[in-house]
Design a protein around this ligand. Structure first.
Ligand code: PDD
Length: 296
């Protein structure tokens, strides 16, 4: 089956999907995006993702191009046309195409692109062995709360990780604290058994997975503290894990050269990973995929 992309009102073969060379996303990274997981044919936490998308647009004064109901329809249709049962949908909105000038164009028309693809299940080894992370200086701007398509520091960080066989790069602020991963939020479990993750200020993206995991942690009766933690504290922590739409809850068992605890994923990371997998499965199980898509 060939893939289909949504481009400004039309469903086109993925291979032929094009935007204008003067699209401001292409020229200035003047746009925002969302990635939503699809599980069992249904979206995982669509409400919070679309709330965040609307917030990112508002913060950059980019007009929402259609009603939320219409957007939900297009999302559902893009997933359906690509026959995605388990995977992701990617939504990108930019300020539009206009003659190149840094300031906003007088008449900007928000451009919308969506793609959807299947994803393979994570390797089973992640459950027990976790993954490695490296640390890199956080060289990003001061509005990391906006899910902007301007991702160069994240791209460079992830590439550095890839080159040494690590899964993620953790950004470290000038004061030695971990802000977040290049595409994930970062967490530790302290020796006292406290779950720690940075508060959602403008220094990090407020992850939708992060919020879902906070709810699960509360249900599990875990003590959660939102505060910064240093790289040194993370390396000495009982457990470390990262969260995102595509990583889910991912145990981190090595940071740079430091092995975390005994080098295996800890009990809290495993518990939260399993509970989050159930949360995703529930999205698809509560209703059959086709009817869920119709009622997004
Ligand atoms: N990344 N922090 C950053 C910098 C991110 O890019 C992401 C998501 C997260 C986690 O957010 P969420 O739980 O809502 O996925 C945190 C997506 C998956 C991406 O860029 O592909």
């Amino acid at each position: 089956m060939s893939r289909v992309a949504y481009v400004n009102g039309r469903y086109v073969p993925h291979r032929q999907a094009r935007v204008h060379i003067e699209d401001r996303g292409y020229q200035f990274a003047d746009g925002v995006y969302e990635v939503i997981a699809v599980s069992g044919g249904a979206l995982v936490d669509p409400g919070p993702h679309l709330d965040r998308l609307e917030r990112s647009l508002r913060e950059l004064r980019i007009a929402m191009p259609m009603t939320r109901a219409a957007l939900s329809c297009v999302i559902g249709e893009t997933i359906r046309r690509n026959d995605v049962v388990d995977g992701i949908i990617y939504i990108q909105m930019t300020r539009g195409a206009a003659p190149r000038d840094h300031a906003f164009p007088a008449r900007a028309e928000t451009q919308v692109v969506m793609t959807s693809r299947r994803s393979k299940p994570h390797p089973r080894a992640y459950d027990e062995d976790g993954v490695k992370a490296i640390t890199v200086p956080d060289i990003r701007w001061a509005r990391c709360d906006i899910k902007s398509i301007s991702l160069l520091p994240n791209v460079l960080a992830k590439q550095s990780a890839r080159e040494v066989g690590a899964y993620e790069a953790m950004f470290v602020a000038a004061d030695g604290t971990v802000t977040e991963g290049s595409s994930t939020n970062a967490w530790i479990v302290t020796a006292a058994g406290e779950l720690v993750t940075r508060a959602p200020t403008s220094e990090i993206l407020s992850g939708i997975t992060r919020s879902a995991v906070m709810d699960i942690a509360a249900e599990e009766g875990l003590r959660l503290v939102e505060r910064p933690f240093s790289v040194t504290e993370a390396k000495a922590a009982r457990e470390v894990f990262i969260t995102s739409t595509t990583a889910f809850v991912m145990p981190v068992t090595q940071i740079d050269e430091a092995v975390i605890a005994n080098g295996k994923s800890g009990s809290i990371s495993r518990k939260l990973r399993a509970r989050y997998a159930a949360h995703m499965a529930a999205a698809g199980a509560s209703v059959d995929g086709a009817s869920q898509r119709r009622t997004l």
